[in-house]
Design a protein around this ligand. Structure first.
Ligand code: GYE
Length: 343
């Protein structure tokens, strides 16, 4: 409580100092100072909204593990730059570590931001810090990945249906390999909703509808191209007769394609690929005939994220899940659409 009051007072003196600096606005400055002082008497009022009407948002990003992630970061930062007169973004890159995301959230709470955005690197372990944000009256937006917490602890989830993506990927794989054969699966980050659900959806659909398809190995490649390649190399050594690889994101598929080539096989023909995201690199690989299908997952969430944050600041209600609408792209359409891809 004491800290908050000091923060408010500091910001009041900053407003007074900056306004006092411009001569002709002096009477106005005195007027403002009075208003601001009244705010200082009320320690519960937010310092930022008292000092300006800007929407102040803290975003705890996961890291830079994939082309998809970079596109999302760009979308968020570009929106903030283009709306700098109304929006202030405090951005943290957690370098793939949950502890760094928790630290970032705590610091956003300290700074009394209006809304906190988070792409949870893993699903569990958020209850305590979310409760702290709630106690401070700061709503949380989950962006692109879900968290395994009580619904009351966050305002909304903006993102795709990963189970559906997994099911769609399974149908595409079945189509590509004629409903039979041995395949391998490259999983995303262990404990991440995008990985858990893409696996659940895929594995369930295969088990339910395609009895002649066998998933002979499934292992994490942590959503990165480097690990996708490494894991695929070991898959190829122990399972030389596979006909397909399903990767939870395009970056791992691109790594797998390198491994397939180095093993002297033809990606896209000897071993087909199905992955998720729809980044430029996988379209290039499809045009080259080396990848077969991508299930789209839209990373350009910046505008929707800030619009939702503005609604929350204004006290408006928002849907608990704002679902992205995504498409599916196969090799035969890749050349036609590649130039229109925005990421
Ligand atoms: O598919 C993957 C990224 O959370 C939906 O995270 C996101 C996933 C995306 O690293 O490439």
């Amino acid at each position: 409580m004491k800290k908050k009051l000091v923060g408010v007072l500091l910001s009041v003196s900053m407003v007074v100092a900056s306004l006092a600096g411009c001569g002709s606005a002096a009477p106005q400055a005195a007027e403002n100072a009075k208003t601001e002082t009244r705010v200082a008497d009320e320690p519960t009022a937010k310092a930022d909204s008292a000092a300006s009407e800007k929407l102040v948002v803290g975003f705890a990003q996961i890291g830079q593990e994939s082309g998809w992630r970079d596109a999302e970061t760009m979308s968020i930062q570009t929106y903030a730059e283009e709306h700098a007169d109304t929006v202030e973004l405090k951005f943290a890159d957690a370098q793939q570590k949950q502890e760094n995301q928790i630290k970032a959230i705590k610091s956003f709470i300290e700074q009394d931001v209006d809304v906190i955005g988070l792409a949870p690197v893993v699903e569990t372990g958020w209850d305590q810090v979310f409760a702290e944000a709630q106690d401070a009256g700061i709503p949380i937006i989950l962006l692109d990945r879900t968290a395994d917490v009580d619904e009351s602890l966050y305002a909304t989830f903006i993102g795709s249906d990963f189970i559906e993506e997994g099911k769609e990927a399974a149908k595409q794989m079945a189509e590509l390999i004629g409903g039979k054969g041995k395949i391998v699966e490259l999983e995303g980050t262990v404990g991440a909703s995008a990985a858990t659900d893409r696996k659940t959806g895929f594995d369930q659909e295969i088990a339910a509808s395609y009895p002649d398809i066998e998933i002979v190995a499934s292992q994490t490649g942590d959503f990165t191209r480097a690990q996708g390649k490494e894991v695929m190399e070991s898959f190829l050594k122990s399972n030389p007769d596979i006909v397909g690889v399903y990767a939870h994101n395009d970056d791992m598929a691109l790594g797998a394609i390198e491994a397939i080539k180095e093993a002297g096989l033809k990606p896209g023909e000897d071993i087909v690929t199905v992955s998720v995201d729809g980044v430029k690199g996988i379209f290039e690989a499809m045009v080259a005939g080396e990848a077969n299908c991508t299930v789209e997952c839209n990373p350009l969430l910046g505008p929707l994220f800030f619009e939702t944050a503005a609604k929350l600041k204004a006290g408006e209600s928002v849907e608990k899940w704002v679902k992205s609408v995504d498409g599916v792209f196969t090799q035969d359409v890749a050349a036609d659409v590649i130039d229109s891809r925005a990421y």
